[in-house]
Design a protein around this ligand. Structure first.
Ligand code: HPA
Length: 274
């Protein structure tokens, strides 16, 4: 079965389950940000194990379900538990949900992710809106023959992070007195956190946050024609080098949970305005 046929089969299954509750907005919830699902008036909670071609989510803090419903009267689907390349999935598996969201007729993709901060001014607990990325994965979800039904061979990445949505996020943050940084996301495969030399390198090349997800999803969103916005929770300070402390994944999740109110506030208000 081709990748395209897998996408259609997943989409058809979900359409059958949710009926007319098709989402306008898709939300991807990263590490420690899963409780955003509390904001949804849930119509359907569908575990990955039910959905054709969806692999199981293996990471602690990631539920592994698509949640359909409404927020502020808008129809949404939330991906509670994302796939990461370091789990051993290939890039096409990692980004399958994004393809399916497009075929479910979502127009907008909102992503929340945990990141390391590699800017002097970023502290653990801060939030950022991503303006751009640097792909340091040695893989790309668009590698291989291009299926024109999914998008063009050479997608432009200039506005992959929607300027309209970045402005909207700032507008909301200002009104809510939330300090929101602009960031450039350096995407690495993980799963180890970076060495001091790597954090320093990332700072030198112009990244201001670093994480192990998001980049493949945004490449596919752009290929698919979804308008995207990424908000990040800075869970650990990684710059300057002298400020780096040892961190565990549990600490990453703990800090992400603390920043969750800020991200939730922005995302919820964005959904209202969309
Ligand atoms: N590096 C990569 N990914 C991360 C980090 C980090 O320091 N913190 C949270 N996600």
């Amino acid at each position: 079965m081709s990748y395209y046929e897998q996408i259609i089969e997943s989409k058809d299954y979900l359409k059958k389950r949710v009926g007319t509750n098709l989402p306008e907005i898709a939300i991807v919830l990263g590490s420690g940000l899963g409780s955003f699902t509390d904001k949804i008036e849930v119509s359907h909670r569908i575990p990955y194990s039910d959905i054709p071609h969806f692999p199981p989510a293996t990471v602690k803090g990631h539920e592994g379900a698509l949640i359909f419903g409404t927020i502020e009267g808008k129809k949404v689907v939330a991906q509670a538990g994302r796939y990461h390349y370091y789990e051993g999935y290939d890039m096409k598996e990692v980004t399958l949900p994004i393809r399916v969201f497009k075929y479910l007729e979502a127009k907008v993709l909102l992503i929340a992710s945990a990141v390391g901060g590699i800017h002097e001014d970023y502290e653990a607990g801060d939030v950022t809106v991503v303006n751009d990325h640097i792909n340091l994965h040695h893989q790309n979800p668009l590698q291989g023959p291009n299926d024109e039904r999914l998008g063009v061979r050479f997608p432009d990445m200039t506005d992959a992070y929607s300027p309209r949505l970045i402005n909207m996020a700032h507008d909301i943050a200002e009104a809510q007195s939330i300090n929101l940084h602009n960031s450039v996301y350096g995407g690495l495969p993980g799963p180890n956190l970076e060495t001091k030399a790597e954090y320093n390198y990332l700072n030198i090349i112009g990244a201001t946050v670093v994480g192990m997800s998001t980049v493949p999803e945004i490449i596919v969103a752009q290929h698919s024609g979804l308008e995207s916005c990424v908000l990040t929770a800075v869970t650990n300070k990684c710059f300057p080098i002298s400020a780096i402390k040892e961190v565990t994944h549990d600490e990453v999740i703990e800090v992400a949970q603390k920043t969750e109110t800020k991200i939730s506030t922005i995302v919820k208000e964005m959904i209202k305005r969309l």
